[in-house]
Structures are given as C-alpha cells and as structure tokens.
Design a protein around this ligand. Sequence first.
Ligand SMILES: CC1=C(/C=C/C(C)=C/C=C/C(C)=C/C=O)C(C)(C)CCC1
Ligand SMILES: [Fe+2]
Length: 306
Amino acid sequence: MNIAAADRERIARPVGRRLFRPANAPFWIMGSALGAALLAGIRLDTPIASLAAAIVFLLGGLPHGAFDLAVARRFARSGSASYAHSAALYALVLGVAAIAWTLAPHVALPIFLVLAALHFAADWSTVGERFVETGVGVALVALPIAAHPIAVGDIFAAMGGVDTAASIGRGGMVIAPVATLVAMIGVVILIERDRWSDAAQLGGSLVAMLLLPPLWGFALYFTCVHSVRHLREIGEALPGAGRAMWLRTGTGLTLAALAIGYALLPAMRHLAAPGFVPAAFVLLAILFMPHLILSARIDALRRRAA
Ligand SMILES: CC1=C(/C=C/C(C)=C/C=C/C(C)=C/C=O)C(C)(C)CCC1
Ligand SMILES: [Fe+2]
C-alpha cells in the first residue's frame, strides 16, 4: 500500500531529533547483527547464507502484500470501486505478470527493477521533494547492482538471461553514483526537517546496500524498512483488526504465495540456472505487480472515501 498522500500530510508533523524510534528497532537490531557478523569475518555470501537471506526476505517481506485485498475491502464502495473489482484486477495483473515472466523474462526484469525503485521511493515521502524521493528509490535498487556486480549479475542472468544481466549491470554502474548522491541529499533534507530517525535509517540502508552482500542488504531493507512501514500503514487502515485476522491473512496468504511460487517453478526451467534465490526473486517480482496496482487503487479509493 502506498499512501504517499497521507505521508505528505505527515511531513508537517515534526517527529523530533531522536535518532532511534521504537518503530525502527527491527532495522537497527537486524542491521547491528549483520554488521557484527561482517566484522567478525563470518561469510554472508556462501550458498547457505544466500539461501537464508532469501528465506528471510520471503517470510519477512511477503506478508505486507498479503493485506492488499483486505485493505482494498476496507475502502471499497459499490460499482467500479467494489471489492469484486479489486479482486478481479488483482487476479488479472497476477496472471499477466506470471505470463510475462514465463514468456519474456528479459523484458520483465528491467521493468520490474524500474517499478521497484518507484515503489521504494514511496517509503521516503517524508522527504517532501518528489525528485529526491525518486533518487532514493533508484539508489536502493542501483547501489547493490553497482557495488556487487558479480553476485548480482549471476542472479540477474538466471532471472532474465546473460545479455539482459550485462545491460542492467552497465546501467547500474552509471546510475548508482548519481542516484546515491541524490539519496544523500535526501538524508540531509530529513535532518533539516528534524526527522533524524528517518535520516539515520536511510543513511544506514545505503551503507548496508554498499557493504553487505546484496541479498542481505536487500533482506534488511525489504523486511525491516519497507515491510515494517507498509504494515504500520495497514494497521492504521484496519484499526479493528484482531490478532486472529493478522495471523490468518499474514500467514495464510504468505503460505499461499509460496505454494504458487512452487507451482510456477517448472515454467522457469528454461532459464540458465534456476536456483532457489533467482526463483525467490521471480516469485517476488510476479507478486509485486498486483501489489503495485492495488496500492495505487487503494490510494485512489482512500482519497475518494476521505
Ligand atoms: C532481483 C535482485 C535485486 C533487486 C530486487 C528488488 C528491487 C526487489 C523489489 C521488491 C519489491 C519492490 C517488492 C514490493 O513490495 C537486488 C537486491 C538488486 C540484487 C539481487 C537480485
Ligand atoms: Fe511493497
């Protein structure tokens, strides 16, 4: 769910010069643990460590998308704003994305990365400058590509073929320095706006993307920043939701998504090396499309309801 508009209203609300807020605790706990592992010389880029990272980002990240339809239902009205329309849209976009990734993964991969950057940009709407927010989103995707070209290139090759992987790798090298510079301006703006905890989290995320193996940098950002922010917004949108509903929807739909991914695996066999990690990213990329569309729809429904 992307509630950039609501976040924009929040910009005016000062949150103070506290570097750490309880809401950001998961990020600092996981970030410190990964930093300590790095300093202790523990290898985080072995096949088993990569598998662990993929499991962390699937189990920690998928649940935030699991609530899209529940939130859409909350804002649904009648006619074209009905819940049935949301559900049909979700199924349609999911189907189109699955077909695109099966028939033309070399096209689907770059599109996914661009849309992912824009989706991550919405996490930083408190910066208040659209251009800088976009730079932050682009940096969060381009930085690991440029900082870890070999590891990322292998995954991209398995997802979309070697030619596409090489092109994206070259593009990432050019884009990452500029986008990172813009993202650093974002950190400064957040400090100027007395949003020190956001500034620290953004700075920490960029450092993590640079220093950690790409799968762990991504797992940290995706589960402890992106997903946590989404889940907080979902909590605000569904104030009456009890623990049972959170568990039922979060766990049930996450397991359903993993089952869909497992069923889709054979269709991906034509790719170079269909290991668990590329397959996990392809599943994420397929589920991301309906998540993105529903986020936009929820925004529109929410504005209409307000
Ligand atoms: C594939 C891949 C990457 C990018 C993943 C992205 C960008 C995922 C975005 C997911 C989203 C936006 C989910 C939505 O909620 C990395 C980490 C650069 C390097 C390793 C391979
Ligand atoms: Fe998301």
